[in-house]
Design a protein around this ligand. Structure first.
Ligand code: BEZ
Ligand code: FE
Length: 311
C-alpha cells in the first residue's frame, strides 16, 4: 500500500525488517517522529504535564499508524474540530459534548473514581453555578406539569456514618424534556436548587419525574452522531453534585429504573449503582404537606463520599 504511514507487517503481524530499504527507512523515521515528539514535551515545568502529553502523543501516533490515516481524513478531522470551535460559546461547549459522546468524560470518571464512594457520572452542559439554596424539604414543582416524585436520601461516609454540613446541588429537565437553558418559558431556576442537609446528612425535596432527552444535535457533534447512525438520546436522570468539607466532591446522576435508553445512553453515563427504583410512598404527612394523594412516587438514595485525606 502506498500510504505514507503504512507499516508493513509479516505473517504474524510483526513489522517486516527485511523488505526494501526505502520502506524500512520510512518505518524507522516514523518511529523517530514519535520518539522526538514525546521527548519534545519532556522538559515541561510540570512533570505530570510531560507525562500526560508524552502518552497522548504516543497513543495518537499509534492511532495514525494503525488506522493508516490519510491526509484527506486528517484534514476532515481538523475541519470538524474547527467547526466545534466555531459553535462553542460561554453557554455551549461542543468539545465537552464531543468528550461525552466519545465516552472520554465517562472514562475519566471511571479512572479517577476514589474507591468506596458512590459512582460519579457526567456533569453535562446544563449545570448552573447560580442555583439558589432552598430549604430542606422544598417543593420544586410549583404547579408545573409532571408526575410528582418525593426524592430523599442521606449523605454518608464510607463507614455509612452521616456527614453533617453536606450540600446537594440538584437539577433536572422539565416535563417537556427541556432544561431552562433550552426553553424560554421556564424560569432559569426551574427544577434546580441547592439544599443544605441536616445534621444526620438527610435531604429531601419534591420534584417531578425527569424524561429522556436528546443531546444537542445542531452542531458538528450532531452531524457525527448522525453519520455514525448513533442513538442521540439519554435516559431520564436527576443530576446531583454532593459536597461536604473534608470529602471528595461527587458529580453524579440518578437514573429511574424502567426509563428508555438506560442501556444505550449516548454519553455512557449509566452505572448499575446509579439506577434507582421509583417506589410507592404512603407517607400521609408528606402527602398532606404538598397536597398529594397517597400513594405517590418516591425515590430514595444514600450517597457515599470518600474522605479527602484517604485519596
Ligand atoms: C445532560 O445530561 O443533560 C447531558 C449530558 C451530557 C451531554 C449532553 C447533555
Ligand atoms: Fe441532563
Amino acid at each position: 500500500m502506498a500510504c505514507l504511514y503504512h507499516v508493513p507487517e509479516g505473517p504474524a503481524g510483526a513489522p517486516i525488517q527485511d523488505v526494501n530499504m526505502s520502506v524500512n527507512q520510512h518505518h524507522l523515521s516514523n518511529f523517530q517522529v514519535t520518539q522526538d515528539a514525546i521527548k519534545s514535551f519532556a522538559n515541561a515545568t510540570d512533570p505530570r504535564m510531560a507525562e500526560v502529553m508524552g502518552l497522548l502523543v504516543k497513543h495518537l501516533h499509534a492511532f495514525v499508524a494503525e488506522s493508516h490515516l490519510t491526509k484527506a481524513e486528517w484534514l476532515k478531522g481538523l475541519a470538524f474540530l474547527t467547526a466545534a470551535a466555531q459553535i462553542t460559546t460561554d453557554e455551549r461547549n461542543e468539545f465537552s459534548l464531543l468528550s461525552d459522546i466519545m465516552g472520554i468524560s465517562s472514562m475519566v470518571d471511571v479512572v479517577s473514581q476514589p474507591p468506596g464512594g458512590t459512582p460519579s457520572s457526567v456533569l453535562g452542559p446544563f449545570h448552573n453555578l447560580d442555583s439558589h439554596v432552598k430549604p430542606n424539604g422544598c417543593d420544586l414543582t410549583q404547579g408545573q406539569a409532571g408526575e410528582r416524585v418525593w426524592l430523599k436520601g442521606r449523605v454518608l461516609d464510607v463507614h455509612h456514618q452521616p456527614i453533617a454540613n453536606a450540600q446537594i446541588d440538584f437539577w433536572q429537565n422539565a416535563d417537556n424534556g427541556l432544561y431552562p437553558a433550552q426553553d424560554a418559558e421556564q424560569d432559569p431556576q426551574n427544577l434546580r436548587c441547592k439544599i443544605n442537609c441536616n445534621a444526620n446528612g438527610e435531604f429531601n425535596l419534591l420534584t417531578i419525574r425527569p424524561h429522556p432527552y436528546t443531546v444537542p444535535t445542531d452542531g458538528p457533534v450532531g452531524a457525527l452522531l448522525a453519520a455514525s447512525n448513533r442513538n442521540i438520546w439519554r435516559p431520564a436522570h436527576f443530576h446531583i453534585i454532593v459536597s461536604a468539607p473534608g470529602y471528595v466532591g461527587l458529580v453524579t446522576e440518578l437514573f429511574p429504573a424502567g426509563s428508555d435508553y438506560l442501556d444505550d445512553d449516548t454519553v455512557f453515563g449509566v452505572r448499575p449503582g446509579l439506577i434507582v427504583d421509583v417506589q410507592q410512598c404512603h407517607d400521609a404527612e408528606v402527602a398532606k404537606r404538598f397536597g398529594l394523594t397517597t400513594p405517590f412516587k418516591e425515590v430514595s438514595f444514600d450517597f457515599c463520599l470518600v474522605n479527602a485525606s484517604s485519596v
